[in-house]
Design a protein around this ligand. Structure first.
Ligand code: HDE
Length: 753
């Protein structure tokens, strides 16, 4: 067999597999692993590696110094039909080590064994000290040209398309921690521009805990698990975190964002992103403006409910990662608009009285609108998680001509940290040569040698000036689009360890955030503080944080104090007069529901007429239908994705009830009856739990035909966001409309005005 033509071979493998298992079981919802459906028997006819899955991307095939190779992206990390050593010698056997007789000792001579075990022993690299848990995807950024008037950056010119790689992350947890913890999310974007790489390393919150990078180890040591017992993992609900933020009150603004619904996003696709710091843009004539970067998600900003987030951490710790990759595989490509808030570059570096160098402050969008400058679309999943998502190395100093930094002291410290940390994490100084980090621009850097050098440099004179290499490389001027260090005037000043007086206001914008929230969002914030502080052991820490809350808002403080069983203190600073910023609230608008999950409960013994039709309609609406039945396999000829044993409400954005299935053989009616299921239910208790939870979490629920009986037995019929339709199509249409607002919050009266 010709192993150089894997495609034909693969086709044969797939056809054989489909023939064996029947095409009805071929996965038709995203998430199935592997390049092709597996065969029942182990394949034995040699052939080359299977091609990657359709939705998988890979880094551009560039040389270590950024040149195009012409090698198609499809080129694989492995090739040929036969098992080999790392040096390409074909091997007969990898199942037995070389021994002195079948019962004898293993021989030191076994080079294959030693190579295999040696490499395995070193497969792990240190995880990121922060943002260890993350997921990345490839995509494209298309500029709309609106930024042309303020920057010379070529990739922002109208119509330019730039390949990107984006990595989303949590901050505190280890690499294997759960996705839906309460935390800030990283939103780091690598733009491979032809003028050098631009990394926009942002978060899903526009402010940060600290105003000076020198405090970063302090806030992170406080947030990470306690050093003695190494608990709790990926949480801020513990004494050291609240100890620090209640003492170091500049952290209060970021903290309220973490306690708000922004701390538990529904999906990476439904997060805003922020560059946080103010950057400086420079145009061809050298004119400058100050800007803040914003990512606006096409699907709107949506969050989980706290109880739901906690359940997901156990039921599907990979929830956000799965959601991102499933959406891309399903063709529901996540999209964001990149926008900038533009401010005049004045010597004061303030706007509307707000210090633009203070990373604990926002500029409300009502004062400086976000102007869209292009669109980001994520359309490819990584082919290899380690090679791409784990090895990608972002750095704020990766700036193309036209974008420069400001004196924000947090930003300045980051300019050191990112390069420094990669040295340990990626094992030497040559990490820019790792495929995912290779620039898409010519590199001639005079940096040489070092661990893992990939480039074979020519010449004898990696220094300047030289004549031995003909003077190469040459400095570029304006005409060659060299990077510009904007010649900002630095005022004459004494050398001090101090911050400007404007950095002392720690509470007014926290109050601005609180007053901009709707009642249901305020209720969530109260509950989050009450939960987190309730998990602390020390009363002094709770009291100190209550004092901070008193300085933000009396209602917030009183409600949290009530939950903690402590008196509410009086403010120690005057409460700021603030103008709410409606743009900060995430409720009250309607958004597309692309890539959302719709669970459809079916009764194998009931009427299944409409189900196939509804399933198709859910797909057609850009969402993913998951059939939930008493057993796996098929029901009425349709593939079942979840059984009553494997389904849990938290996986679905909405639930449709096509039937009222009786308890399945694996149900435990005695246990559920004891737990209080109302009045001898005739429906499987797990279906009742599914509907009760979906209702508690304010999700849309729809039923038709016999499905209405489930609504009756759970007692949710008639409440807001619970709909019945004469047909499946009708029920789906009502549910789809409800999903546009994300949740049916009007189901529950908010406890905060
Ligand atoms: Fe980071 N941060 N950071 N950070 N950060 C890192 O770099 C650091 C800060 C952010 O997906 C590290 O490669 C300091 C703000 C993201 O690979 C490290 C300070 C913002 C990621 C580091 C900050 C961020 C990181 C760890 C205070 C939002 C993940 C691994 C001055 C604007 C990038 C690494 C990825 C990662 C240092 C504050 C965002 C240690 C010193 C503010 C999204 O270098």
């Amino acid at each position: 067999m010709d192993s150089s033509k894997p495609a034909q071979v693969v086709k044969g493998v797939v056809e054989a597999a489909v023939e064996k298992v029947g095409d009805v079981l071929t996965p038709d919802v995203p998430g199935a692993p592997g390049s092709a459906p597996p065969s029942l028997d182990e394949p034995t006819a040699p052939h080359g590696p299977l091609p990657p899955k359709d939705e998988q991307g890979a880094p551009d095939t560039r040389t270590p110094t950024g040149a195009e190779t012409g090698v198609p992206k499809i080129a694989k990390g492995q090739q040929g039909a036969y098992l080999t050593t790392a040096n390409g010698a074909r091997l007969r056997d990898t199942d037995h080590s070389l021994k002195a007789g079948p019962r004898g000792p293993v021989l030191l001579q076994d080079h294959h064994l030693r190579e295999k075990i040696m490499h395995f022993d070193h497969e792990r690299i240190p995880e990121r000290v922060v943002h260890a848990r993350g997921a990345g995807a490839h995509g494209v950024f298309v500029a709309n040209g609106a930024a042309e008037k303020v920057t010379r950056a070529g990739f922002l010119k109208k119509g330019r398309e730039t390949p990107v790689f984006v990595r989303f992350s949590t901050v505190l947890g280890s690499r294997g921690s759960a996705d839906t913890v309460r935390d800030t999310r990283g939103f780091a974007t690598k733009f491979y521009t032809d003028e050098g790489t631009f990394d926009l390393v942002g978060n899903n919150m526009p402010v940060f805990f600290i105003q000076d990078a020198i405090k970063f180890p302090d806030i992170i040591h406080a947030g990470k698990p306690h050093p003695d017992r190494e608990i709790p993992q990926a949480q801020s609900a513990h004494d050291t975190f609240w100890d620090f933020v209640s003492l170091h009150t500049e952290a209060q603004h970021h903290t309220i964002w973490n306690m708000s619904d922004r701390g538990i996003p529904r999906s990476y696709r439904t997060m805003e992103g922020f560059g946080v710091h103010t950057f400086r843009l420079v145009d061809d004539a050298g004119a400058t403006v100050l800007v803040k970067f914003h990512w606006k998600p096409k699907l709107g900003v949506h969050s989980l409910e706290w109880e739901e987030a906690q359940l997901i951490n156990g039921i599907d710790p990979d929830f956000h990662r799965r959601d991102l990759y499933d959406a891309i595989e399903a063709g529901a490509y996540p999209e964001w608009e990149l926008g900038i808030q533009v401010f005049p570059d004045t010597p004061e570096e303030t706007f509307a009285g707000i210090d633009l160098l203070d990373p604990t402050k926002i500029v409300p969008e009502e004062l400086a609108p976000v102007q869209p400058i292009g669109t980001l679309t994520l359309n490819r999943t990584p082919r290899n998680f380690f090679a791409e998502t784990e090895q990608v190395a972002f750095h704020l100093g990766h700036l193309p001509p036209g974008i420069d930094v400001t004196n924000d002291p947090l930003l300045q410290g980051r300019l050191f940290s990112y390069l420094d940390t990669q040295l340990t994490r990626l094992g030497g100084p040559n990490f820019p040569q790792i495929p995912i980090n290779r620039p898409h621009a010519d590199v001639n850097d005079m940096l040489r040698d070092g661990f893992h050098q990939q480039a074979v440099h020519a010449g004898v004179a990696p220094y300047r000036p030289n004549s031995l290499d003909g003077g190469n490389p040459f400095p570029a001027g304006d005409r060659e689009h060299a990077f510009v260090d904007v010649p900002v005037t630095v005022a004459e000043a004494p050398k001090v360890r101090a911050a400007p007086a404007s950095f002392d206001d720690h509470f007014s914008q926290v109050r601005l955030f609180w007053t901009s929230m709707s009642p249901v969002e305020k209720e969530h914030i109260v509950r989050a503080y009450t939960f987190e502080l309730g998990k602390c052991y020390h009363q002094a820490i709770k009291e100190r944080q209550l004092q901070c809350l008193a300085n933000i808002d009396p209602v917030l403080c009183e409600q949290v104090a009530t939950g903690l069983g402590l008196p509410a203190p009086q403010p120690t600073v005057p409460l700021a007069e603030v103008q709410p910023s409606p743009a900060l609230s995430q409720v009250g608008r309607e958004w597309p529901a692309d890539g959302r999950m719709v669970g459809i409960v079916v009764d194998a013994d009931g009427d299944l007429d409409d189900v196939g039709e509804v399933r198709r309609a859910v797909f057609a609406a850009g969402m993913v239908p998951l059939l939930i039945a008493a057993h796996g396999g098929t029901v009425g000829g349709l593939p079942v994705q979840r059984t009553f044993a494997t389904a849990r409400s938290v996986e679905f954005d909405a639930v449709l009830l096509a039937g009222a299935p009786a308890p399945a053989p694996d149900a435990l009616p005695a246990r559920d009856a004891k737990a209080g299921a109302a009045g001898s239910p005739t429906v499987d208790p797990r279906v009742l739990l599914l509907v009760e939870e979906a209702w508690r979490h304010a999700k849309a629920i729809g039923a038709w035909g016999a499905g209405a009986e489930v609504l009756r037995q759970t007692g949710v019929a008639g409440s807001p966001g619970v709909v019945t339709g004469g047909s499946g199509a009708e029920a789906l249409e009502s549910v789809r409309r409800l999903m546009a607002a994300h949740r049916v919050w009007e189901r529950f009266p908010a406890s905060v005005a």
